[in-house]
Design a binder for this molecule. Structure first.
Ligand code: CDP
Length: 806
């Protein structure tokens, strides 16, 4: 029974619905070490598989001798491309319409590429087996520098594509060319540049990096020969898509494939795609009839699974002398590595890079992206961002700062002058998007007032004078960034993965006692879905969040969904949750009307039940309605209280934010100190402010890592020089700055609860903010743009090159 002795506020608080700082329910198991990850899956007779990998970045594989390996105690099988060819699985399709070798077929194209899969009774035996596999390589010329990929004499990487002048995304004009994607009006943009008072042009590189989640990619495959069923436990951000892909490429009936994504220790885009490890473990289980586990180590994860970024963006802005932007022209050289395995919706070869006009009212723009092959690992995932949005935000936010410098204007003032105005929403951008809502100037001004921006600029001017007089060796940078994200892929008219429309889903089933279970097509990797999804339901149908169990990740029980990445969960599944809840509420209203003996229209919703309008004492709570639904439903009405919603959003959502960073750099050592970092985010309606804050803290920490040091770097032989955490920067509590968070609320007009995504925003806005702070610090010494990552050494080098050394 609903307790009507409580006040309205107490009833509302009891629900712990939207807006409540509800503690994360999943943390009860995580903080006690009781999570259940893939590596916790231990099945009777389970075998272990591991890879022989290529030491070369480009080489012909002349022979593979497995004889000695098969004699190693515990080794049961060694799978090569020849084995896979017998089941037509030597190559697999990528999400970007390319194909990728599962195991080296005739040649290797990047260092640590998978060459053979050793299956043994335990991991140690598998390792011994790997050491005993003899592979004869003939080294080939290596292509590392993307700027030489399209040279006439560049080495031919993809021999399998010989003679193919067309790829998945149109014509290819060179043997290392994948696609050219153009958007916008070139003629009008060129004309704007011809007429411009002021123009800037800069090659802005966003270096190659890697999502590097705490838990690496892994799976356990178990084939039941009697039933002909394959069960896969895996670190999957999109379990349903994995099931469909397995059904299609392994030609198994989809109902006989069970994909389970248990707890996941971070994804950040790394766990969206399909990797050779999954295919080899499945084949090994089918061949041996035993469960097979594959678990990547850290070096394998960093060097062979999906990288992120590697975009080289020649950026041009045209403007009037007063600082009004009149045109944007961007050319991107996109280094995709050896295979085009970008995790983008099918029709978007460069993701949503055409959000590159950012938060500014550009009348015209043109974007061209050339995708190219090099001898590097494949990937191109949205590392804590929505399909290349981070690259776009970095490009425009650096560009705006460079323009401000040329105009002699303050970068915040330049932004304020060019923002899309509130009355322009819904806003159609020059590159084809319809922004749903925004109030940029309010957010920017709030940020500036909070950090006392004008005073900071005065302090900086004084410090610069002191530096010139030789009184200090420290320079001060103020980084400003204002980003607009595009999240919530996506309307099915725009977005699909391998032909499957990008909707999402929710099924809610309420039990007789007024508790329930909700299942979604999404999969949390740490974002707190078990907590926040229940909060949406609590507010929508008045059942306390604590009484709703949230379940994700099991394709046998969850409705079909496209998974969690690119902050799509709240915009898409969050909407499906509200819509399913509303279907339940509609049925509950019919039950309440019958029981209270009034017409449905005479009822009004009141926190946790229905009340007869004008008769406050006539009330029926949701708990009672649940019981009635199973005990004595109105005649003619089906018993039970459950609903499913498949939600195809009408548009994406466009969160935004204003970030400001204050940084001091010692020119003699290059050592920097982040004095202050302020992040204002607007993600529309806020479901759980505490979870949002956690998301922002995490995203900013990753942004800090990327901007200030994290990089997947290659030497000229294609050797990865940052393949472990010794060299790949992962900030600990020691390095991580203190974050100040803030917000405004501009709801999305088309989302049922007005929410936009937030998880990716801090990374999207954070990287340009850090980089702008470094560049701002050095600008008075005459520099225009210093490439990321801004580690101590590069800062020191920049200071030296700019003549700042004593
Ligand atoms: O798709 P993903 O879960 O990575 O990202 P998201 O949709 O931005 O959500 C991340 C977390 O923040 C989830 O637990 C959301 O429920 C929560 N969130 C929120 O509380 N309010 C919002 N307006 C957006 C997200």
């Amino acid at each position: 029974m609903n307790d009507m002795t409580l006040t309205r506020e107490e009833r509302e608080a009891k629900l712990e619905g939207m807006g409540c700082k509800r503690k994360r329910v999943e943390d009860i198991r995580f903080t006690q070490g009781k999570g259940n990850y893939v590596d916790d899956v231990k099945l009777p007779g389970m075998l272990h598989g591991d890879f022989v990998r290529s030491p070369h970045a480009h080489a012909r594989v002349k022979s593979i001798n497995t004889e000695k390996a098969l004699q190693v105690p515990g080794v049961l099988a060694v799978i090569t491309a020849e084995t896979l060819k017998t089941v037509n699985l030597a190559w697999m399709p990528t999400l970007a319409g390319d194909v990728q070798m599962v195991l080296a077929d005739g040649k290797v194209l990047f260092q640590n590429q998978e060459v053979a899969f050793v299956v043994a009774t335990d991991r140690y035996a598998a390792d011994d087996g790997i050491a005993a596999v003899e592979v004869e390589y003939e080294a080939l010329p290596v292509l590392v520098d993307p700027f030489h990929a399209l040279d006439a004499d560049a080495p031919v990487l993809r021999e399998d594509l010989a003679g193919k002048t067309t790829g998945a995304h149109g014509p290819r004009r060179h043997h290392n060319h994948i696609f050219e994607w153009t958007v916008g009006d070139k003629d009008l943009t060129d004309a704007a540049f011809r007429k411009a008072d002021v123009t800037i042009k800069e090659m802005i590189s966003y270096h190659r990096t890697h999502p590097s989640p705490l838990e690496t990619c892994q799976c356990v495959c178990s084939f039941d020969k009697i039933k002909g069923e394959l069960t896969i436990w895996g670190t999957f951000q999109a379990p349903h898509v994995i099931r469909t892909v397995v059904a299609l490429i392994a030609k198994l009936p989809e109902q006989k494939i069970h994909v389970i994504a248990p707890d996941i220790g971070g994804g950040f885009g790394n766990k969206v795609g399909a990797y050779p490890g999954y295919i080899c473990a499945a084949v090994a289980s089918i061949v041996t009839g035993k469960p097979v586990k594959w678990v990547e180590d850290r070096i394998e994860n960093l060097t062979a699974t999906s990288f992120a970024r590697d975009y080289h963006m020649t950026t041009e802005i045209a403007a009037t002398k007063e600082g009004k932007v009149t045109g944007l022209r961007v050319h991107v050289l996109a280094d995709h590595g050896a295979f085009d395995a970008c995790a983008d919706p099918s029709k978007w070869p460069a993701g949503f890079m055409n959000i590159v006009t950012g938060s500014y009212d550009f009348p015209v723009a043109h974007l061209a992206v050339d995708g190219i092959y090099t001898n590097k690992a494949p990937g191109g995932v949205a590392y804590r961002c929505s399909f290349r949005v981070t690259e776009a935000a970095y490009c425009i936010e650096r560009g705006m700062d460079i323009l401000a410098q040329k105009l002699g204007m303050d970068p915040a003032e330049l932004r304020l002058k060019n923002f899309i105005k509130p009355e322009q929403f819904p806003y159609n951008s020059a590159l084809g998007w319809e922004y749903d809502s925004g109030d940029y100037a309010t957010a920017m001004k709030k940020a500036m007032e909070t950090v006392r921006y004008a005073e900071l600029r005065k302090e900086q001017a004084a410090k610069r004078e002191a530096f010139k007089r030789g009184e200090t060796r420290e320079i001060m940078g103020i980084g400003v960034s204002f980003f607009t994200e595009i999240v919530g892929a996506g309307p099915s008219k725009n977005c699909d993965i391998l032909g499957i429309a990008m909707f999402d889903s929710c099924e809610i089933r309420l039990h007789p006692t007024g508790a329930g279970i909700a299942r979604m097509g999404t999969k949390s990797q740490g974002q707190g879905h078990e907590t926040t999804w229940a909060q949406i339901i609590a507010t929508e149908i008045g059942i306390p969040a604590d009484d709703i169990m949230v379940e994700e990740g099991n394709t046998d029980t969850a409705p079909y969904g496209l998974g969690t990445y690119g902050s799509r969960s709240t915009p898409v599944a969050g909407a499906a949750i509200a819509m399913a809840a509303r279907k339940i509420k509609a049925k509950a209203q019919m039950i309440a009307a019958y029981k209270l003996e009034v017409h449905e229209d005479d009822l009004e919703w009141d926190i946790d039940g229905f009340r007869v309008k004008g008769l406050p004492e006539k009330f029926l709570g949701m708990k009672d309605i649940c019981w009635i639904a199973y005990n004595s439903p109105p005649p003619g009405l089906e018993p039970g209280l459950e609903a499913v919603s498949y939600y195809d959003p009408p548009n994406m959502t466009y969160p935004f934010g204003a970030y400001i960073c204050v940084m001091d750099i010692d020119v003699d050592t290059g050592v920097y100190k982040v004095r202050r970092f302020y992040a204002l985010d607007d993600c529309g309606t806020r479901i759980n402010p505490m979870i949002i804050e956690g998301q922002v803290h995490g995203g900013l920490t990753e942004a800090f890592a990327i901007a200030m040091g994290q990089e997947i770097a290659y030497d000229e032989t294609g050797n990865v020089t940052t393949g472990s955490f010794m060299d790949f920067f992962i900030p600990t509590a020691v390095e991580t700055p203190k974050w100040e968070t803030d917000y405004t609320v501009t709801p999305s007009p088309h989302h049922p609860i007005g929410a936009k995504g937030v998880g990716e925003s801090p990374n999207v806005g954070g990287v340009p903010c850090f980089s702008n702070a470094v560049n701002d610090a050095f600008s008075f010494l005459g520099s225009t743009h210093i490439q990321m990552p801004h580690d101590f050494w590069r800062n020191w080098k920049a200071a030296k090159e700019l003549g700042a050394m004593a």
